[in-house]
Design a protein around this ligand. Structure first.
Ligand code: IPD
Ligand code: CA
Ligand code: CA
Length: 259
């Protein structure tokens, strides 16, 4: 029932993305420059929350635009109604719905669906990860120097030592391909599918990563913060990898080794 509700909610949100994609829709600005929210974000969020509440009216919900619907429940649904909103607003087909489900503080299920590219990623703790119902697994590359990476940048730049541009610069100066897709949830799923060896970012919210981090783990990967601690979606830093080059990448991110 939890799984079918998760899938139903994700598909309901996806219909809204498909309805609005490349059409005319209202776009407004949130705090920060170019931090957008569209009519499609609200429409997607509305049907997702309605779908969950129809079956589970007592569950806790945390959703990017609506905020928290606090409930005294062991279950918490963590929703990004569109991850990759700037892409979506520009007709770039790298965007998705991301929904993670937590039970007693542990992520147990996640779905990330890019309906424009027809890619549905899913994981249930202990049962592996799938893309369109086919099992996926992380890459086998063991060296950062030979890796293909992906990252993202926050809407408001983080001026800090060893910030996003410094880490990016170190990798790029060594000729390492570091892509920027513009959707953290898909960045994670593409690591899970073995397309990227690793993803890192300095500032994420729980709704960006809740589903995707479980999908990476279920596909055999590793997800931590920058210090190498077990990942929590309630803090900003993330490193998600195939596991084999994880510690080397942590050393590079923390500027402990030169490549
Ligand atoms: C953003 C995307 C982007 C990441 C940002 C997120 P949004 O989410 O995931 O890739 O770099 O940190 O805020 O605004 O498209 O839902
Ligand atoms: Ca997001
Ligand atoms: Ca969003």
């Amino acid at each position: 029932m939890l799984k079918s509700t998760l899938i139903k909610a994700t598909e309901a949100g996806a219909k809204e993305l498909q309805r609005f994609f490349n059409g005319n829709f209202k776009i407004s600005n949130k705090e920060g420059f170019n931090n957008l929210v569209t009519e499609a974000d609200y429409a997607s969020e509305k049907v997702i929350i309605e779908t969950i509440k129809t079956t589970y009216p007592d569950h806790f919900i945390l959703s990017e635009e609506a905020g928290e619907v606090e409930m005294d429940s062991e279950y918490k649904w963590i929703i990004d109604p569109i991850d990759g909103t700037v892409n979506f607003a520009n007709g770039i087909p790298i965007c998705c719905i991301s929904i993670g489900l937590e039970h007693k503080g542990k992520m147990i299920m996640g779905a990330v669906y890019n309906p424009i590219m027809g890619e549905f990623f899913f994981a249930e703790k202990g049962y592996g990860a799938t893309l369109n119902d086919k099992k996926i697994s992380v890459s086998s590359n063991t060296e950062v120097a030979k890796s293909c990476l992906v990252t993202g940048f926050p809407y408001t730049y983080l001026d800090m030592p060893n910030g996003p541009l410094q880490v990016f610069e170190r990798l790029i100066r060594k000729g390492i391909p570091v892509r920027r897709l513009g959707s953290a949830a898909l960045d994670l799923c593409w690591v899970a599918a073995g397309r990227f060896d690793a993803f890192y970012e300095h500032s994420l919210n729980a709704w960006d990563s809740a589903a995707g981090f479980l999908i990476v783990e279920a596909a055999g990967g590793m997800v931590t913060d920058f210090a190498g601690n077990y990942y929590s979606p309630y803090q900003p830093h993330i490193v998600a990898s195939n596991g084999k080059l994880h510690h080397q990448l942590l050393d590079v991110i923390n500027n402990r080794i030169q490549l």
